[in-house]
Design a binder for this molecule. Structure first.
Ligand code: GDP
Length: 439
């Protein structure tokens, strides 16, 4: 689902890299690419422009946390805005009344009857006694289709084959439900291939006669911008409560999911992803944004880094590195940060370009335990001045930390190498004018 859009957004975001903060100049090309990706995915142009303007506003001047790259921060900003665009919070359907009535509307072929079956099955699983009502007075085949579905999911189907008046059928069905202890009535109405006046009048009449607690509009997501236009027409007449997007398992480009909420100002409540009765999902804007971006890991990592990474500490460490003063106290502090943020693999994945390379690598978080134990066995002075660590002190460390002398020596060697590397980096950055430009 949405593979194309995901790939294009990924590419757009990758154009942004290497900067310490996001500015008008470095973000412009990325924003343009994101907008193009959205329009290509059939997102309404006005909506694409509005959302990319918001992304730009949110991104401008944001300092990039030390722990994340500008590209990763951008992923999070785009994710936040796409979630907002699709309504932010998940919205449930309202099932109220005795019986509660749910009215379904939509064009023929949208997947309305299939959805009626899925919804009935969903409501039944919540323990509610449910009745399906076939109100398509023009297509006897539609009544049969609903009966087959009803049988499959074990839900009774009410129909009146001779009656051509949907208002009457609906009223009778509700009476029948009351008398037979049904708590939820789901009414499947007639659809046409295209919007027409008679269909609209008919469903308006049904709605005002039965006063449903929830009116849903079902639409085929593969129809892209048409889906949005049809939704608008139905909403103008019916003032429905929510949208059901079907056929998201197909090669839907995502435009409908992204623009419907903004254009119609009604939430998407369900998505349907197949012909089987269990292929129904509640719609969560945040999860959908993650699926569209296809970068769930990055998003949660940036969130965690934003919550937990101590910027002041990072700046202090950077200063110490620059002055060649990085010691074991700092090293321990870094280990603590890593632990707070999750496992080592996650952290490595935050390093730009590492995420893909790390995908199949297994890293043992326990590998850092002896290192930590050795450092914790040092006195404060020893941590600040590793040169104090002579042979007898090293033996003491091994004993105190329950490790082998060899492990202590290895750590010393690695720490030395790390400091040498830092020194080299500092020399290099002095010739290039600042550590920030080295990334
Ligand atoms: P209605 O005319 O609006 O009642 O539409 P139907 O429920 O008869 O669905 C039209 C066609 O779309 C049928 O062949 C369904 O099996 C199919 N369909 C419905 N929902 C989905 C879905 O979520 N995914 C896919 N792939 N097919 C669907």
């Amino acid at each position: 689902m949405f593979d194309n859009l995901s790939n294009k957004l990924d590419r757009a975001i990758k154009t942004l890299k290497g900067q310490g903060s996001i500015s008008e100049i470095n973000v412009a090309a990325t924003i343009k690419e994101i907008r193009r990706a959205l329009v290509d995915a059939d997102v309404n142009y006005k909506v694409a422009k509005e959302v990319t303007d918001k992304i730009k506003d949110a991104a401008m001047g944001r300092d990039v946390l030390t722990a994340v790259s500008p590209g990763q921060l951008m992923v999070k900003i785009v994710y936040d805005e796409l979630t907002e665009l699709m309504g932010g919070e998940k919205k449930d359907i309202v099932i109220k009344g005795d019986p509660a009535v749910i009215l379904l509307s939509g064009l023929q072929g949208s997947g309305k009857t299939t959805f009626a079956g899925k919804l009935a099955s969903y409501v039944k699983r919540q323990g509610r006694n449910t009745l399906l009502v076939a109100c398509d007075v023009y297509r006897p085949a539609a009544i049969d289709q609903l009966k087959v579905l009803g049988e499959q999911i074990g839900v009774e189907v009410y129909s009146e084959v001779e009656n051509k008046n949907p208002v009457e059928i609906s009223r009778n069905a509700i009476d029948y439900a009351r008398k037979n202890g049904k708590k939820v009535v789901i009414i499947d109405t007639a659809g046409r291939l295209a919007v027409d006046e008679q269909m609209m009048r008919e469903i308006e009449a049904v709605k005002s006669a039965i006063n449903p607690s929830e009116t849903l509009f079902v639409v085929d997501s593969m129809t892209g911008q048409d889906a949005v236009n049809t939704a608008k027409t139905f909403n103008d007449r019916l003032n429905f409560d929510g949208v059901v997007l079907t056929k998201l398992d197909g090669d839907s480009r995502g435009g409908a999911a992204l623009s419907i909420r903004a254009v119609v100002e009604k939430p998407i409540k369900f998505i349907s992803t197949g012909e089987k009765m269990d292929a129904l999902d509640l719609f969560y804007p945040d999860r959908m944004a993650q699926r569209i971006l296809g970068m769930g890991d990055v998003i949660s990592l940036v969130e965690r880094a934003q919550q937990q990474f101590d910027e002041d500490e990072a700046k202090r460490i950077e200063k110490k590195i620059r002055k060649n003063q990085f010691d074991f106290n700092d090293f321990l502090g870094q280990l603590e940060q890593i632990k707070k943020m999750g496992n080592i693999k996650d952290l490595m994945g935050m390093i730009p370009g590492m995420s893909k390379a790390m995908k199949d690598v297994e890293i043992d978080d326990d590998a850092f335990k002896p290192v930590e134990a050795i450092i914790r066995s040092m006195t404060k002075q020893e941590r600040a001045n590793p040169d104090l660590l002579n042979a007898s002190r090293k033996r003491r460390l091994a004993k105190g930390s329950g490790t082998e002398l060899q492990q202590v020596n290895d750590l010393m060697k690695q720490f030395d190498q790390m400091r040498q590397m830092m020194r080299k980096m500092n020399k290099l950055s002095q010739t290039k004018g600042g550590l920030a430009q080295m990334q």
